[in-house]
Design a protein around this ligand. Structure first.
Ligand SMILES: [Zn+2]
Length: 359
């Protein structure tokens, strides 16, 4: 079996949503099918398929170097996996019942990747609207409430289904579950993605500082209600997080389409002790960190002066900046942050509509 074809597993739901000019195939991680395989049968595990799908009449995007668009090509899928790219009208490359999806003015693209999502929030949409991040978090207590496992599962199913319908076939789920995710809750998340068939990297969220302690504010000025809610809460010790992660890693670290990432929250919400343990865990298990970095201006104001005001330099000290890690938002970054991120080839995740301030 050819490695490229092996990775190009696709989810048939993505194709059936192709009533408009855009649809999706495979996964973006494949980078498309290499040019050398065009016009060829990509893999042949057996001579008869349970179901063959032919997509015809669409242009097919190839993410080669340079990218290209194929015309006059049929895309064949056998039992859910991309099988062949053949000139339009060529006979089926394998035995089996054929379903045809015929398009006009459609584009077939590799599956999209949503690099930053919070499945737990998919059931909380519309609860709070139109306020800056810090005010949102101070008010959004429901995000930190423990949820029944069924609710955890439904939230993932909802998010995953919505993404598949929009051509997204892989995601990073920065999973929030109360103050400390449990083995049962994280397992429920993995199981739900497995059931849907979406590729997912799950990064359980955790921080060991109170949110109010991470803000550049005079806490005495906070409204009494906010103080009462936050000052009474004490995050569990970091050792509890890593005990949970050890257990999860045993079962889910890398499994089929799933993988585990560290998900400790933004560096300003973590003590150096927590980040040290995070670096140790990352090194021992060979996994990366997914975290929020410089999402709001208030975070830029608390960037560590001993690291030249660079959160990226600070995280780098713990061995957490590299190709396996990803930094979500990165809006209020400094020139030094950008320089180190580029040097270390860490992934930076931008959200649609999000702009870095002009400097
Ligand atoms: Zn986020």
């Amino acid at each position: 079996m050819l490695p490229a074809a092996k990775q190009a597993a696709c989810h048939s739901n993505a194709f059936h949503d192709a009533g408009t000019s855009t649809t999706a195939m495979g996964t973006a991680a494949t980078g498309g099918v290499p040019a050398a395989f065009r016009g060829a049968v990509l893999w042949r595990p057996k001579m008869t398929a349970k179901k063959l799908l032919r997509i015809t009449g669409a242009q097919i995007v190839q993410l080669d170097e340079p990218p290209s668009v194929l015309d006059g090509t049929d895309l064949w899928v056998a039992d859910g996996r991309v099988l062949a790219l053949l000139p339009t009208g060529t006979a089926a490359p394998m035995e089996g019942p054929v379903e045809t999806l015929a398009f006009q003015k459609a584009l077939v693209i590799p599956g999209l990747i949503n690099c930053h999502s919070h499945s737990a929030s998919s059931l909380l949409r519309g609860c709070i609207g139109g306020v800056p991040l810090d005010l949102f978090v101070l008010d959004a207590q429901a995000r930190r409430a423990p949820k029944p496992l069924r609710q955890v599962r439904v939230a993932v199913m909802l998010q995953a289904t919505e993404m598949l319908r929009r051509g997204v076939t892989a995601t990073v789920d920065h999973f929030r579950h109360a103050g400390l995710p449990t083995v049962e809750a994280v397992s429920a998340v993995f199981s739900a993605y497995q059931e849907v068939g979406l590729r997912a990297a799950v990064a359980p969220m955790y921080e060991d500082r109170r949110y109010t302690d991470s803000l550049p504010i005079d806490q005495a000025e906070l409204p009494p209600g906010v103080r009462k809610r936050w000052f009474g809460s004490h995050p569990p010790a970091p050792e509890n997080y890593f005990a949970m992660m050890e257990e999860i890693a045993t079962e889910w670290r890398r499994r089929d389409r799933l993988q585990l990432l560290l998900g400790v929250d933004g560096p300003q919400r973590c003590t150096p002790h927590l980040l040290e343990l995070t670096g140790d865990f990352a090194a021992r298990h060979g996994i990366g960190l997914h975290t929020h970095v410089l999402e709001a201006k208030t975070q830029a104001l608390v960037a560590p002066p001993e690291h030249g005001g660079s959160f990226v330099a600070y995280l780098d000290r713990f061995g957490l900046i590299g190709p396996s890690s990803s930094l979500a938002h990165f809006v209020w970054c400094t020139a030094r942050d950008i320089e180190i991120a580029a040097e270390r080839r860490v992934n930076v995740v931008k959200q649609p509509g999000e702009q870095s301030p002009a400097r």
